[in-house]
Design a protein around this ligand. Structure first.
Ligand code: GDP
Ligand code: ZN
Length: 297
């Protein structure tokens, strides 16, 4: 028996579903934990051997884990390349404050974020450009599309190609719709149609890699971010706003927090239209949240 390479796409009740690019194998990881103290995670690249190629699904045994690029615990997953933060232009209208928290959370985990605005069909071009413009200098790419219209998703497919992406965002923005449009075909090919149909809105979902084309995977994670920022000092928040960068050393005070200090170059840049007002206001709101929280506890 020779070792094959695959990816753990799902973990359930002691079994791991391993996808080798063609088929899914239901595997155990006997011995791996006992011998090496390693617990497989969804997203792990593994070596496995086939133990039964006649059963449906085929069965196997994971014999080794390849080195992880990274490891998260909310969701429990390994080898994540990026976070897709999905919001809708309308229905529901985006809370920009919440949006910033998603971006900050991704940055805290050292994961690049891509900002995706869905339901482009519901608003005018001017409205689309206005919202996208707010994030122009935020350091993350901004995509606009309609999850219901596959022809609008070329840019999205390009950005997820060859990567493992966490898809996150508030409810109602179109995550399920997007997944069905992008992963639908692949899942039917791999005989996973029943899973797609049984996807309930409020059922507890396990972390799972969904295949979205060749070597492209999505992880659907509603609970990726918490409502509160954790692990950030108020004074460090400014580092999460890349658009402040060019002005930082021009403030009168070297420790300027760009709040109400006199001669603040960041605030001047906002007044001159060089930094988006919305981003700046959200920065200040989150800054005060963090500062007040510290005072309370
Ligand atoms: P989720 O909660 O993020 O998974 O959102 P859903 O995928 O369930 O979508 C919420 C609602 O938005 C549903 O009624 C969808 O039909 C609708 N929706 C999703 N994508 C689009 C879109 O691109 N355009 C429009 N007009 N509606 C959409
Ligand atoms: Zn300043």
């Amino acid at each position: 028996m020779t070792g094959r390479h695959g990816r753990i796409i799902k973990s359930l009740a002691g079994f791991y579903e391993v996808f080798d690019g063609q088929e899914i194998y239901r595997c155990r990881a006997r011995g791996l934990f006992r011998a090496q103290g390693k617990k497989p995670l969804v997203g792990d690249r593994v070596v496995f051997e086939i133990t039964d190629s006649v059963s449906i699904p085929k069965e196997g045994n994971v014999t080794d884990l390849l080195e992880r690029k990274n490891e998260l615990n909310r969701p429990d997953a390994a080898n994540i390349d990026q976070v897709l933060v999905l919001f809708a232009f309308r229905d529901p209208s985006p809370s920009l404050n919440m949006l910033d928290r998603f971006l900050i959370h991704a940055a805290q985990l050292s994961l690049p974020a891509v900002l995706c605005f869905n339901k482009a069909d519901l608003v005018s071009r001017e409205e689309r450009e206005k919202l996208a413009g707010i994030y122009r200098d935020s350091g993350c790419p901004v995509l606009c599309f309609s999850a219901k219209d596959a022809s609008s998703l070329a840019g999205f497919l390009e950005i997820i190609h060859g990567k493992t992406s966490i898809l996150t965002g508030p409810s109602g923005v179109g995550k399920s719709t997007l997944i069905n449009t992008v992963c639908g075909q692949t899942r039917m090919e791999t005989g996973e149609l029943s899973r797609k149909i049984s996807r309930g809105r409020n059922t507890t979902r396990h972390t799972e890699l969904l295949t979205a084309g060749e070597d492209s995977y999505l992880i659907d994670t509603p609970g990726f971010t918490s409502l509160y920022l954790e692990g950030i000092e108020a004074g460090d928040l400014k580092a999460y706003y890349p658009e402040f960068g060019p002005y930082l050393d021009k403030c009168r005070f070297s420790g300027c927090l760009h709040d109400r200090e006199p001669d603040c170059a960041v605030r001047t840049a906002v007044e001159e239209g060089l930094i988006s007002v919305e981003r700046y206001e959200n920065y200040r709101m989150l800054y005060h949240d963090l500062k007040d929280r510290k005072r309370i506890y």
